[in-house]
Design a protein around this ligand. Sequence first.
Ligand SMILES: Cc1ncc(COP(=O)(O)O)c(C=O)c1O
Length: 413
Amino acid sequence: METPWADRFAQRTQRMRASVIRELLKLAEQPDVISFAGGMPAPEVFPVDAVAAAAERVLREHGAQALQYGPTEGYRPLRELIVARAARYGLHITPDHVLITSGSQQALDLLGRIFINPGDHILVEAPTYLGALQSWSAYGAEYVTMPIDEEGMITQALEPALRTGPKFIYVLPNFQNPTGATLREDRRWQLITLADRYGVPIVEDDPYGQLRFEGEHLPAVVVESARLRGAATYRGNVIYLSTFSKILAPGLRLAWVVAPPEVIAKLVQAKQGADLHTATFTQMVATEVAQGDFLDRHVQVIREVYRERRNTMLAAMAEHFPVGVRWTRPEGGLFLWVTLPSRLDAGAVLEQAIAHKVAFVPGAAFFPGAGPANTLRLNFSYAAPEQIREGIARLGHVLRLQLDQPRIMPRAA
Ligand SMILES: Cc1ncc(COP(=O)(O)O)c(C=O)c1O
């Protein structure tokens, strides 16, 4: 007898769903579609030669070690490199505060494993990073949502939410995915002080912090929190995540967590059950690539490329989008957020956009509950400038078609 697989799936899989949007976006993978949908870096800036040379050196000089199992915590020289880079931003940590993970996505999942009991509430921005919701929902998380505007989480609304006793706060302070918003400095302080007062830890997810191409760098929440405590070495309420995905290459699947040693120890146990450790070879290659000032120079190149793409997208939207459409103007990162006139539905727009060979993600997907139907996320890092101009022109055309459609009036009795 053939196994009826669906009857065998664990209860938690009932919360995992293939969304209609994902199905639609599969169509966006056709080569002639200009996609603003994914979160992919510009492939032109991948340091292919540097990675090839580093891989060659690693294999030649430490081949056996590179192909061997390694410690769950991660390759020590890579953890030391992260410690040294953190010190430049005023965060004083030791390798015992660092765990290397297979992407930040794994870090989010491991945090879910060690912190979330079914029914626990997690305080998230609305909208927020979809991948975190996907991970944590599988562990039975419920969400308390905080509204955000162009300056990040609206912290005035934080206190009543903290009184509901969330397990932790999840915040994306820099060039947030999906809106591009950056948390204002005084709001960072408010977040830290209120979280401290109510004894609620913060998970700061910061894949884009180094990709600022305009304006002043703002200290990370983890840095401000350590400073508040006046500690010479990192202590505090904040678990910090970042990744090599956007400053080197996502295919390496390399990221890191900074957390108090007792949290790292528990994450290590969880990671052992997940994958034993992150690939030794890629950790060694990344360490080799990041030696000297290569990484800093490379990040400069990425910033320049993304600044140009963002500018191209902003200019094209100003030219082609109909009156009544609004958008954010992020100072870094990969995304911006568009608000359509309230009578438009981004799902319907996407359907027509795909027919016109251009794609994006409707904004409602990024809300844990129901989200506004008239919003959408655009990625400006992946498509080249001429494609951005063409894609935005197509999208502008689709928006006009949608606005010209007669509204469906309720039938007279
Ligand atoms: C906010 C946020 N967190 C985590 C991730 C996952 O990144 P990684 O490639 O390191 O798994 C992403 C990827 O886009 C992201 O935007």
